[in-house]
Design a protein around this ligand. Sequence first.
Ligand code: ZN
Length: 171
Amino acid sequence: MSSINELYKRSIFDHNRNPRNFRAMEDASHSCEGYNPLCGDKVHIYIRLDDSDMVEDVSFTGSGCAIFKASASFMTGAIRGKTQDQAKETVTKFLDMVAGSSDPEPEDTSLGKLSIFQGVREFPSRVKCATLAWHALTCAMDKVASGEANNGTATPAKDESEPERNVVSTE
Ligand code: ZN
């Protein structure tokens, strides 16, 4: 067994048992839910952006398999402190890597520990488990982009009268 798969299994095990940032966020600025019908994984992603569009806090709740939970746990650690643009770039790289459409360049260390999720490629039926939280994150951030004026000033007309329930499905 290659070392990356060994590391993959150990990390999944660890993060499943002890997921990081596994909590609801009271003061989240944006959130989105996700569902993977193939496995039954459910996730609710919460993010809070600061004034400079940086991910100040990110957390998740949900239930599902070990791969889903570990991937969501890793994700929260990977995007905290990033700007929205940087976070989106990380999402794209992660999804490309897991899908196998691109191998991370050996000198590209931007994915860091996330590169262990290459291991999921050996289990194609679990890819959606590994990507669910990432799709939900994109959903949450897209809501930010469309709900805020680009000039950075809050729009008083922003209609937040009813709590939106964004739901993304991997199907
Ligand atoms: Zn799953």
